[in-house]
Ligand binder design. Structure first.
Ligand code: BG6
Length: 499
């Protein structure tokens, strides 16, 4: 097992939402679980002026919203938190930062291992690394230096390539960690164990036995306070280009020789490079873009996307994407993968459904249930296998029954959140669950025709908030005699049933 070195975690964008809501609570939980090294420091960096103490008090508020808080441990954890105000765009301020890091390293007897976490707006992703390099904070002569880049990694293929180029001027690929928090989810990783540690699934995991695959990333919330960011991004860049394509890679990749960063990421990139390029016909017929409109849901009026704060009232940004894609390789030839993601859908659920082909000859009745495997990523994390069983009584009719497993039934462990898992891996220097440059490019390469298509006039379908998206998305499957599953919060409820 990799050991965690003593290290200083420098978080740029320390007064931002990601730091407060995700990173610091995740580090606190790791600390409580004794997963962090004895000696470590967290240095928050941003423009706003705070003393160490004021920074600690600001962060504590968020951690305290967690009911299971241990005051004594929280106070001890806070002793590891520090703050430095700098103008991150001004190279001259980095000398100050370097001095502060050296002082913390000396006081805490850290070994100059430094993790630079860019939790900032993307406009700073190339600026900060360049300024770090200007004062030698990219050099690994006295300890490792790692750079963590949050999504979005670029906004299209060209900008992703140019961001890579600018990072490579100062950091090497093995120092760069591109985060996609979906890869930190226990249930996404479990897809690999399910597939490659069980001999009953893998022989069936191909186009000979699988009819089609659904991937759903549904959210009940709208864009909340992020309208300004979201309008320039849309569901395509916000969810599909990264999270959903990474999920597809886990479902479709070939088995790696071993589980390590190179082997795993080689397989991931291989399958992403096999995504069948989208033709004009695909763009016109296999893609559905939608935007939520106002509706009454459970007695509450939910505003249209165009009425959200920060969104122009003539916006044509998609809050829903439905897409049918294919993977051009031996395993998946001819198997449609249907993806959908959207805001303001009826519930929050992320899942993969593998639909197996029907038996070749219908012995019992023509409408015997299909076999399907539901891999529930969130919530109610688990797996359910649906299959046909004899309807008790006279005759030989088959009815659908299920075998299910819920992670919540496992007593021995609490699942690490995605950020906890990924922060631990960062400190260990394990890049297995981080996107490599070629994989990020392959994803942009695949979605680029959609981004180009959206620059011209394209159909954008309205859907009422609280529904499963535009009717066109249903037609996308119905045309092929397939259907979306309408999942509930609970894995075992087989159809959407929240009232
Ligand atoms: C983020 C997107 O990357 O993922 C958000 O920017 C989205 O818009 C979120 O809500 C979904 O993540 P999760 O873990 O809640 O499924």
């Amino acid at each position: 097992m990799s050991v965690i070195d003593t290290s200083c975690i420098v978080i740029f964008g320390a007064s931002g939402d990601l730091t407060q809501r995700m990173l610091i609570p995740a580090l606190y939980h790791l600390y409580v679980d004794q997963k962090l090294p004895k000696s470590f420091a967290i240095l928050g960096v941003s423009r706003s002026i705070y003393s160490d103490q004021a920074f600690r008090s600001k962060l504590i508020k968020n951690i305290k919203s967690d009911k299971k808080i241990n005051e004594e441990l929280l106070n001890k954890f806070c002793e590891h938190l520090f703050y430095q105000a700098i103008n991150t765009s001004d190279v001259n301020d980095y000398t100050l930062l370097k001095k502060r890091i050296s002082r913390i390293n000396a006081d805490r007897e850290l070994k100059n291992n430094t993790l630079f976490y860019l939790a900032t707006p993307p406009s700073l992703y190339s600026v900060i690394p360049e300024h770090l390099a200007a004062v030698g904070l990219n050099e690994e002569t006295d300890g490792w230096k790692r750079l963590v880049v949050e999504k979005p990694f670029g906004s299209d293929l060209k900008s992703a390539v140019s961001l890579d180029e600018s990072l490579y001027r100062h950091f090497q690929e093995q120092q760069i960690y591109r985060i996609d928090h979906y890869l930190g989810k226990e249930t996404v990783q479990n897809m690999l164990v399910l597939r490659f540690a069980n001999s009953i699934f893998e022989p069936l995991w191909n186009g000979r036995y699988i009819d089609y695959v659904e991937v759903t990333g549904a959210e009940a919330l709208g864009v909340e306070q992020r309208g300004g960011y979201y309008d320039g991004s849309g569901a395509m860049r916000d969810m599909l280009q990264n999270h959903l394509l990474q999920v597809i890679a886990m479902v479709a990749m070939e088995p790696p020789a071993v589980i390590n960063a190179k082997s795993m990421r080689d397989e991931v990139v291989k399958v992403l490079q096999c995504l069948k390029p989208l033709s004009q016909d695909d763009l016109e017929n296999n893609l559905v873009l939608g935007q939520y409109i106002q509706s009454q849901v459970r007695g509450k009026c939910l505003p249209a996307y165009r009425e959200e704060e920060g969104v122009p009232n003539n916006s044509r940004t998609e809050t829903y994407v439905g897409l049918k894609l294919f993977i051009n390789n031996w395993r998946w030839d001819g198997v449609p993968f249907y993806l959908r993601t959207g805001k303001r859908l009826p519930t929050r659920v992320t899942e993969v459904v593998i639909h197996f082909k029907k038996t070749p000859h219908p012995v019992f009745s023509a409408d015997a249930p299909e076999n399907k495997l539901i891999i529930r990523i969130q919530p109610d994390e688990g797996i359910m296998l649906g299959f046909g069983l004899k309807e008790p009584g006279a005759g030989f009719d088959a009815k659908e029954v299920a075998m299910d497993f819920h992670y919540s039934d496992l007593k021995e462990t609490e699942l690490l959140t995605a950020y906890e898992r990924l922060l631990l891996d960062l400190l260990k220097g394990d890049a297995t669950l981080f996107a490599r440059s070629d994989a990020v490019r392959a994803c942009w390469d695949f979605v680029q025709p959609i981004l180009d298509y959206q620059k011209k006039s394209f159909p954008l379908h309205g859907y009422a908030s609280g529904t499963w998206g535009p009717i066109e998305a249903e037609k996308l499957l119905n045309r092929d005699n397939h259907e979306w599953r309408f999942p509930c919060k609970n894995l075992t409820d087989t159809d959407y049933c929240e009232l």
